[in-house]
Design a protein around this ligand. Structure first.
Ligand code: EPU
Length: 338
């Protein structure tokens, strides 16, 4: 349902829990409703943005404009056969509610992405990923409203430009598309993907690779490593894992033999764990009065209580500079800074 709020406090709408205000926030349920809302051009004439679950955003100032906030939570089965079920999910559903829904129905593909905070509509933007899986593995299409023409569009996954934490929604369609629903293609045939880290061992300890056990294992690993945003403000990994030329990675590996190297998009590149670099630089557990680095995962910056966005950003800049000086590697933020 469409609702309007004026001069709204954004503290409860961002998982870092930093204070900021927006001039206006408008909720929308469906693409049709959003289209109606934008039809007279008033909102689009000013500054506007999409505020989804607020789990990957850092507010460093007030938002002088209108935030569009999806609230539709519907899941609709589009087709179902012996091997696949296609579902259309509205942008405002909590991601983990979708994963739970799929696991309860024996549908494969989302289980490794259990417990990732955020809304379904944000999943394709970041191409969220964890434990060897990414949203792009199951996304079939993305439904959006083109704010340039107010045309409803459906973009097939092949046209979404998915890469590591990348998509067209962060690129050419930024500031143009508003995602209103996502179509997923889920499998009925068991396809456990347990290649990442401790996942195989944890799943075996729970009794084997059933959907429920994989979900339980991923949930347990995440709870151990990542702070619960309901208790400690954070936005998951603050930085992306940097992709560097293989020669650069190999030179670092000579100096630091325990540096893990991961495959990147091609043979000529490697992905390095930013968490390892930040940890090795001595930042893990670092604490300032209001902000800090999580003690179990150096990639996560936390609000220790009463932090502002500027304080979080200050810490991030110091970490970034230090990592670059020590290792010669630039790390980019994964979190969107507003
Ligand atoms: N490491 C350290 N110290 C640390 C953190 C990590 O040495 O403080 C080392 C680990 O020992 C491991 C390597 O770095 O060898 C990678 O660590 P981990 O497996 O925890 O994964 P990550 O690369 O730090 C990524 C994603 C996470 C996702 C996990 C699991 C990014 C930016 N982050 O983290 O995603 O949950 O893999 O798949 O790609 C997120 O995007 O918000 C997020 C939490």
């Amino acid at each position: 349902m469409m609702e309007r709020f004026l001069d709204i406090d954004l503290t409860p709408y961002n998982s870092f829990g930093v204070p900021a205000r927006a001039d206006r926030m408008v909720t929308f349920d469906s693409r049709e409703e959003l289209r109606e809302l934008l039809a007279d051009g008033e909102i689009l004439a000013g500054r506007w943005g999409v505020l989804s679950g607020g789990n990957n955003i850092l507010f460093t100032q007030d938002f002088r404009g209108t935030l569009l906030h999806p609230v539709g939570k519907g899941i609709e089965v589009l087709s179902s056969d012996v091997s696949r079920v296609r579902v259309r999910v509205q942008a405002g559903l909590e991601w983990d509610d979708l994963v739970a829904w799929a696991v309860e129905r024996g549908l494969w593909g989302l289980e490794n992405l259990s417990l990732i905070p955020g809304y379904v509509g944000a999943a394709p933007v970041q191409n969220i990923g964890a434990y060897g899986a990414e949203a792009k593995d199951t996304v079939e299409a993305v439904e959006l409203l083109d704010t340039g023409t107010l045309a409803p569009l459906t973009l097939a996954a092949a046209h979404c430009g998915f890469g590591y934490r990348e998509s067209v929604f962060k690129g050419v369609l930024r500031g143009r598309a508003v995602i209103t629903a996502v179509v997923f293609s889920l499998g009925r045939v068991p396809r456990p993907s347990l290649g990442y880290g401790d996942l195989a061992r944890e799943t075996a300890a729970l009794g084997g690779p059933s959907l429920e056990n994989i979900r339980r294992a991923v949930t347990a690993i995440r709870r151990r490593k990542l702070p619960d945003p309901k208790e400690t403000g954070n936005a998951g990994s603050f930085f992306k894992n940097p992709v560097v030329e293989r020669s650069v990675a190999e030179r670092l590996k000579e100096r630091y033999p325990d540096l893990p190297l991961y495959p990147a998009q091609d043979e000529a590149h490697c992905k390095l764990p930013a968490g390892w670099l930040i940890d090795r630089a001595g930042w893990k557990g670092h604490a300032r009065p209001t902000v800090g680095v999580h003690g179990a995962q150096a990639l996560v910056l936390v609000n220790r209580g009463g932090a502002t966005g500027t304080e979080v950003l200050g810490l991030a800049s110091d970490i970034r500079r230090d990592v670059e000086e020590r290792f010669g590697v630039r790390i980019e933020t994964e979190v969107n800074v507003w």
